[in-house]
Ligand binder design. Structure first.
Ligand code: ADP
Ligand code: MG
Length: 256
């Protein structure tokens, strides 16, 4: 079954065709990497899926519901989450309070109730923090966290909304290689455990090839390849885009 179906999606900025007739699907439970050089149109795709940006033409469907034309909040409510929308208040709260706020916000969407943050959802918040390896840091001030740990808490916050599809545009930006690998490995584990689908961008080819179930490649707004790691590695057009003709991907030739 297709979770998400994108059909002939296009978006121009002035004369630039940022996304040009792009079509692809995401299946339920799939860990799908969207790669391509800087300016390829990856973020523009993400922003059309999450509703922040209106498309010029084309359609986006999620579980049989048409998303195109819907507002970000409606799309979020349908079960599409995204990471790294940290609230302005993040640093003023403890780790667990941040996750509890997300749980309350999610509950309000569904049940329209409100209770004090301190008591509510603590057990559930602790479970989420345990899933991202941050349970021991629950009562620490968020502002004291190391960068990689903030990313883990952000992931717990995204999961608090119980998304069925999670959008992650450059989740590991600014991270060291080892941290990148660990975060993506963690997300992959959660994808398998929870049966959610993830669309993500990642600069390290090593990480993409190691973890993605499938990879789609954008170049100058066009989708030029769609397949598993081997298919993408062997694709002449993809090699051309990344390295110029003839060269192949090898370890640590990371860039997107
Ligand atoms: P990527 O995420 O793959 O690096 P983007 O989707 O951010 O690429 O950008 C695709 C193209 O669209 C680039 O040429 C970029 O300069 C242009 N672009 C993106 N957002 C805007 C915007 N808000 N206004 C004008 N041009 C934009
Ligand atoms: Mg981008």
């Amino acid at each position: 079954m297709n979770d998400l179906a994108i059909r002939s999606l296009s978006k121009s900025f002035g004369g630039v065709r940022a996304v040009n007739e792009v079509s692809f699907d995401i299946k339920r439970g799939e860990f799908l990497a969207l790669i391509g050089p800087n300016g390829a149109g990856k973020s523009t795709c993400f922003n059309m899926i999450n509703g922040q940006l209106a498309s010029d033409s084309g359609e986006i469907w999620f579980e049989g519901t048409k998303l195109t034309g819907k507002k970000p909040r409606e799309i979020w409510r349908l079960g599409i989450g995204r990471t790294f929308q940290v609230a302005a208040t993040f640093n003023s709260m403890t780790v667990i309070e941040n996750v509890q706020m997300a749980l309350i916000s999610h509950a309000n969407q569904i049940y329209r109730l409100w209770r004090p943050a301190a008591s509510l959802h603590r057990e559930r918040a602790l479970e989420l923090l345990a899933q991202v390896g941050m349970r021991d840091a629950a009562d620490r001030p968020s502002r004291e966290l190391a960068y990689g740990d903030v990313k883990r808490v952000e992931l717990a916050i995204a999961l608090a909304n119980d998304p069925r599809l999670l959008l992650m545009d450059e989740p590991t930006a600014g991270m060291a290689p080892k941290e990148r690998n660990d975060l993506i490995a963690l997300v992959k584990r959660l994808v398998i455990e929870r049966g959610i689908s993830v669309l993500f961008t990642e600069h390290s080819m090593d990480v993409v090839f190691a973890f993605a179930d499938r990879i789609i490649v954008l170049a100058r707004g066009r989708l030029i390849a769609d397949g598993d790691a081997k298919t993408i590695r062997d694709n002449p057009q993809v090699r051309e885009v990344y390295f110029g003709t003839g060269k192949t991907f090898s370890k640590s030739e990371a860039s997107s």
